[in-house]
Design a protein around this ligand. Structure first.
Ligand code: AMP
Length: 279
């Protein structure tokens, strides 16, 4: 596996990959890799001849009081995982390579990015859309893969790629979970043992609400029951628990396919998100 840290040597390395293998898939990550990331890599191999994984903790998608400085970093372990999975190239740029002096352009996605996580984390999706566009522009992949775990992020990226006429196909990959249902996330490393034991209630609560709604229960009642279960299960506060249109992310007061149940809540100092299909 080639490891590239700068921008200058990328074009020659990518030309070599195209020549030796063929098409390229890109899997953008922020590192601290786990089985969720590796599911993206495995799926990437089904869509292209060579897989490029980027590892970049993107400062523009973190708010001023968020966890940028503490975000888990474990590069050696990440490289070993990618190597074992047959990734062709790991691109691990530093911040100055992506945002050199004078950088002054951000992509602003509209209504889709303003609600839910966008409301709780102002500017977050502008940072995501901007960095993903830059990574795709540098790598020039045929396909790029993103996890359904970050459902709104996936929707925002699909919107950006469509609106900016980018010649890449976006592929969503289902969420990898621990055996107890907790969605795998790099941020799970922040959880204490007690918090980790309590955290699956987020998944179980939205699962139960989704089932109730599919069975005909009222949406408001089902969401209220889920919120109560999340809070009594050990979460400190809830940013949102909502039934939304799976594409537009507009809230639904009645079930209508395709629908998604989305949730974000804080346990201790850690903010966790989850989502599932409904119906
Ligand atoms: P991150 O490193 O957290 O920015 O995630 C990089 C990519 O991996 C994003 O497209 C995420 O949606 C995806 N991802 C993270 N966790 C999971 C998971 N548990 N299952 C599937 N994909 C995931």
């Amino acid at each position: 596996m080639q490891i590239i840290r700068d921008v200058k040597s990328l074009p020659a390395a990518l030309a070599g990959l195209s020549r030796d293998f063929g098409t390229i898939a890109l899997v953008p990550t922020m590192g601290a890799l786990h089985a969720g990331h590796m599911a993206l890599v495995k799926e990437a191999k089904r869509h292209a001849d060579a897989v490029v994984v980027s590892i970049f903790v993107n400062p523009t998608q973190f708010g001023p009081n968020e966890d940028l400085a503490n975000y888990p970093r474990q590069e050696a372990a990440d490289i070993a995982l990618l190597e074992a999975e047959g990734v062709a190239l790991a691109w691990i740029p530093d911040v100055a390579s992506i945002y050199p002096d004078g950088f002054d352009t951000m992509i602003r996605v509209g209504a889709l990015a303003d609600r839910w996580d966008g409301a709780a984390r102002p500017g977050h999706f502008d940072g995501v859309a901007t960095v993903v566009t830059k990574l795709i522009n540098r790598i020039g992949p045929k396909v790029a893969l993103f996890g359904e775990k970050d459902w709104q992020q996936l929707a925002v990226i699909r919107r950006t790629v469509a609106d900016l006429d980018m010649a890449v196909t976006i592929i969503g990959v289902p969420t990898e979970r621990a055996e107890d249902g907790l969605a795998l996330s790099s941020r799970n490393a922040y959880l204490s043992d007690a918090e980790r034991a309590a955290a699956p209630v987020l998944h179980h609560a939205i699962q139960q609400a989704a089932r109730a709604i599919s069975d005909g229960a009222g949406v408001a009642d089902a969401l209220e029951t889920a919120r109560a279960a999340i809070l009594s299960g050990g979460f400190k506060s809830i940013d949102y628990v909502a039934l939304v249109d799976a594409d537009s992310l507009e809230p639904l007061t009645r079930f209508a396919a395709p629908a998604r149940m989305i949730a974000a809540a804080r346990i201790g100092t850690t903010r966790l998100i989850d989502n599932i299909a409904v119906g």
